[in-house]
Ligand binder design. Structure first.
Ligand SMILES: [Zn+2]
Length: 271
C-alpha cells in the first residue's frame, strides 16, 4: 500500500480534529448545536477548583440555617432541569451588595444582600432559577470557548495555565461572574428559569417582580446593584418577556409565593 501523500494526511488530520472538536459541542437538549470546547466532565472539574479558591477569597456564610434553606430552594429547581443528575452546590456570600452568580460546574452564589432585597421566596427563586439556567445552558464555558480557544482551555483544565486561571478567578472574585452575558444568553436563562421554577412549584411571576425591584433600585441606588447589572444586562423589555412566558404556563393552585421559613431566614441575616 502506498503511503498517504502529505496533502491527504493533512486533510485526514483536519477531519479528525473537527471530529474531536465536534464531540465537545453541546450535543443534546438546550445545548444542542452550541459552540462549546469543554466537556461537561472538564467543566465540573474546573468548577471544583474555582469553588475551592473562591471559598478562600469570598466571605461565605457558615450559617447552616441560611445556607441549608438556599440550598433546598436551589436543589428543588435543579431537579426540573436537564442537569438534574449533576451535583450542584449553593453558596451564600456575606455581602450586602445585591448579586447572585453561577460559575462553571454547578456552583451558584447568592449574596445576603439579594436575600434582604427579595421580599418573598418566589423572588429569590426567580433569580436563582435564572442563575441555575445560565449553568444548565453552559453560558460560562461557551464564553470561555470563544475567548480562549482549545489549547488554552485544555491547559486550564489540566492546571497548566496558572495565568489564564488567575485571570478568570480574579474576574469572578471582582465582578461576581465570569463575563457579561449576551442578550440572547439572558433571554435563554429567563425562559428556562421561568419553566423550571414553575415545575419546582414556585410562582414564576416572582422572577418578573424581582427584576422590577432590581430595575427600581438601579434608578434609586445604582451602586447597590452595579455588579448584577454589569454581568446581566436587564431591561424593561426583558421583564415583559418574562411575564409573557409565565402567562403561557397552565394555572396551578399550588404555586408557592412565600414561606414563613424564608422570612425567618431574612430576619436572621439582618440581625
Ligand atoms: Zn443573566
Amino acid at each position: 500500500m502506498k503511503p498517504f501523500p502529505r496533502a491527504h494526511f493533512t486533510v485526514v488530520m483536519a477531519l479528525l480534529l473537527a471530529l474531536a472538536l465536534g464531540s465537545g459541542c453541546g450535543s443534546a437538549g438546550v445545548n444542542k448545536g452550541d459552540f462549546n470546547l469543554m466537556s461537561l466532565q472538564d467543566e465540573w472539574a474546573l468548577g471544583q477548583k474555582l469553588a475551592a479558591d473562591i471559598e478562600r477569597q469570598l466571605p461565605l456564610s457558615q450559617d447552616q440555617a441560611v445556607v441549608g434553606y438556599v440550598n433546598q430552594v436551589g436543589q428543588r429547581i435543579v431537579r426540573h432541569t436537564e442537569m438534574a443528575q449533576m451535583p450542584w452546590t449553593f453558596h451564600v456570600v456575606n455581602d450586602p451588595a445585591i448579586n447572585a452568580f453561577a460559575i462553571p460546574g454547578g456552583h451558584v452564589y447568592v449574596n445576603t444582600g439579594l436575600i434582604a432585597a427579595a421580599d418573598s421566596v418566589s423572588e429569590l427563586a426567580g433569580v436563582m432559577a435564572h442563575e441555575i439556567n445560565h449553568g444548565v445552558a453552559r453560558h460560562s464555558t461557551e464564553q470561555l470557548s470563544k475567548a480562549y480557544g482549545l489549547e488554552i482551555l485544555a491547559s486550564l483544565v489540566l492546571g497548566q495555565n496558572p495565568a489564564a486561571y488567575q485571570t478568570i478567578l480574579a474576574q469572578i472574585i471582582g465582578g461576581g461572574a465570569l463575563a457579561r452575558f449576551s442578550r440572547d444568553a439572558e433571554n435563554e436563562a429567563d425562559v428556562l428559569g421561568v419553566r423550571s421554577m414553575y415545575q419546582a412549584g414556585y410562582d414564576p411571576r416572582g422572577m418578573a417582580s424581582m427584576f422590577e425591584e432590581l430595575l427600581s433600585r438601579e434608578k434609586r441606588s445604582p451602586s447597590s446593584v452595579q455588579r448584577f447589572f454589569s454581568t446581566h444586562p436587564l431591561t424593561a423589555d426583558r421583564i415583559t418577556k418574562v411575564m409573557a412566558e409565565a402567562q403561557k404556563l397552565p394555572a396551578r393552585g399550588d404555586l408557592i409565593t412565600d414561606d414563613p421559613n424564608y422570612q425567618a431566614i431574612r430576619r436572621q441575616i439582618s440581625s
